[in-house]
Design a protein around this ligand. Structure first.
Ligand code: BG6
Length: 475
């Protein structure tokens, strides 16, 4: 540990997303989104991965997003608790389908605008800065059914209208924006990542990279618009991060790890530099991908992001002979098990030094400020007889990662802030479980949707409050 301190004004806070917290899935005029269609249980993965022909609601299934943790009705109570911890920033997302229920309307839904205005005003009341993701996995279903979602170029126009509406409606209330959550996840999880369901016998890579191109153009375009509407606006990209380690020092393993990192960094290369990286064409050729790029896209892509945000839960590991049998997915991206690291109950390795490594690599590559907008330990919590939740395992995880952030800052990496994931317990994106908890605040709800939804501070709540009050000194 170094003597370096967190900078003054460091943005301590936490993160949630609309689809995993709000519930009220048809209230206030909201339209259906992709995540509303993803059930809990055995039929979940085929939908998430875009492997079903037609995505429809089924009365026999349970859909965790429909009520989630009811943030829609309880945000005042929740934000008051975040304020009690001393939050400086609160990362959340806007549900596109609350603002444009179908996604292709000309006029926005006023009830949706009013809801988010009220949430942001509540944050401001406590001096909490909102950090807002425009699209966190929830594409309006109408855009999926009518247009095939991001495979269609028209999505750029719809997203532009949506983003402009938000920048104008919330001008003065929000200045930190992220365009697409974990944009690289669309490669591994196309439906939840980008609303992509595949038709029979089409080249999946072609569809995914064309969708990626449309998202990249849309992201750059709205970055430009955000800056035009208010030069104070700061816009970031968002990477599902975690460096790939070579399984051994065998050159073939090292080369594979580099390629695996590039699969993910490809997106950020474009968003940060403003053009496609030199390795992209070879990747496209190998995968039989021919992108439809319009001449004006090259100019639009030059509108690069102001900062690089990323999630970090675990490092990854690659070898030249990776295959289905020897890999598993932690946070969707497939990895070989690293024998040197312990893992969570869900098999996500715990590697604080990997955070320092990831931060140094990202900054070496982009030289833009970083923002760690997701990090945390998904774990089962129990309430003891006195009603307390003693989540020391979570405190240990977070402490070691805050120390790693501090070390990376000492290495010379500028870090704007830290918003650990699921600061209030919420629905897990991968499995749809409630029992995979990340929060400082316990929510009484189980995997099947039973429970009072009451909120209770955990031991980590008081620990994090102390961390924030001491600007990361009292760990
Ligand atoms: C990230 C997502 O991939 O990881 C979040 O941005 C998600 O939406 C988080 O919840 C943790 O994953 P999970 O599956 O444990 O919820």
């Amino acid at each position: 540990m170094s003597d370096i301190k967190f900078p003054e004004g460091f943005l301590w806070g936490g993160a949630i997303a609309a689809n995993q917290s709000e519930g009220a899935y048809r209230e206030g005029g909201k339209g259906l989104t992709t995540v509303d269609m993803i059930p809990y249980g055995e039929n979940r993965m085929p939908v998430k991965l875009g492997q079903v022909d037609k995505v429809e609601l089924d009365a026999d299934e349970f859909y965790p997003s429909h009520q989630a943790i009811d943030f829609y009705h309880r945000y005042k109570e929740d934000i008051a608790m975040l304020a009690e911890m001393g939050f400086k920033v609160f990362r959340m997302s806007i549900a596109w389908a609350r603002i444009f229920p179908n996604g292709d309307e000309e006029i926005p839904n006023q009830a949706g605008i009013d809801f988010y205005r009220s949430v942001f005003e509540e944050c401001k009341k406590y001096g909490i800065e909102p950090l807002v993701t425009l699209c966190h996995f929830d594409v309006p279903m109408h855009l999926v059914n009518e247009y095939g979602s991001w495979r269609n170029r028209k999505m750029i126009t719809f997203f532009e209208r949506y983003a402009r509406t938000c920048f104008e409606a919330f001008d003065g209330l929000v200045k930190y924006w992220l365009t697409f959550n974990e944009i690289n996840i669309l490669l591994a999880s196309p439906f939840s990542g980008a609303g992509i369901a595949f038709q029979e016998s089409e080249n999946h890579d072609q569809v995914k990279y064309q969708a990626a191109h449309h998202e990249l153009v849309a992201s750059a375009l709205v970055t430009k618009i955000a800056h035009e509407i208010n030069p104070e606006n700061q816009v970031g990209c968002m990477l599902a991060g975690g460096q790939f380690y070579p399984y051994s020092c065998k050159p073939e393993d090292v080369f594979t790890a580099m390629q695996k990192d590039r699969e993910n960094l490809f997106f950020i290369d474009v968003q940060s530099r403003g053009y496609y990286p030199s390795y992209a064409q070879k990747v496209f050729d190998e995968k039989g991908v021919k992108l439809d790029i319009h001449e004006e896209d090259f100019e639009i892509l030059k509108n690069t992001v102001d900062f690089i945000s990323f999630s970090y839960y675990a490092s990854r590991c690659a070898s030249a002979d990776m295959n289905e049998g020897n890999t598993s997915a932690a946070n969707v991206v497939k990895s070989i098990k690293n024998p040197h690291l312990e893992a969570s109950d869900w098999g996500w390795v715990i590697d604080p030094l990997g955070l320092r490594i990831t931060m140094n690599s990202l900054y070496d590559r982009y030289q833009k400020p970083l923002f760690l907008v997701e990090n945390g330990l998904g774990a089962k919590d129990t309430i003891d007889e006195s009603g307390e939740i003693n989540d020391d395992y979570r405190i240990d995880y977070l402490r070691s990662h805050v120390e790693a952030m501090k070390d990376a800052i000492a290495d010379g990496v500028p870090l704007m802030g830290y918003t650990p994931w699921g600061c209030i317990d919420l629905v897990a994106a991968s499995t749809g479980e409630m029992s995979k908890r990340y929060g400082f605040i316990y929510v009484d709800r189980d995997n099947e949707g039973n429970g009072s939804l009451d909120r209770t501070p955990k031991k980590s709540f008081y620990w994090y409050k102390k961390v924030i009050a001491s600007n990361g000194e009292d760990l």
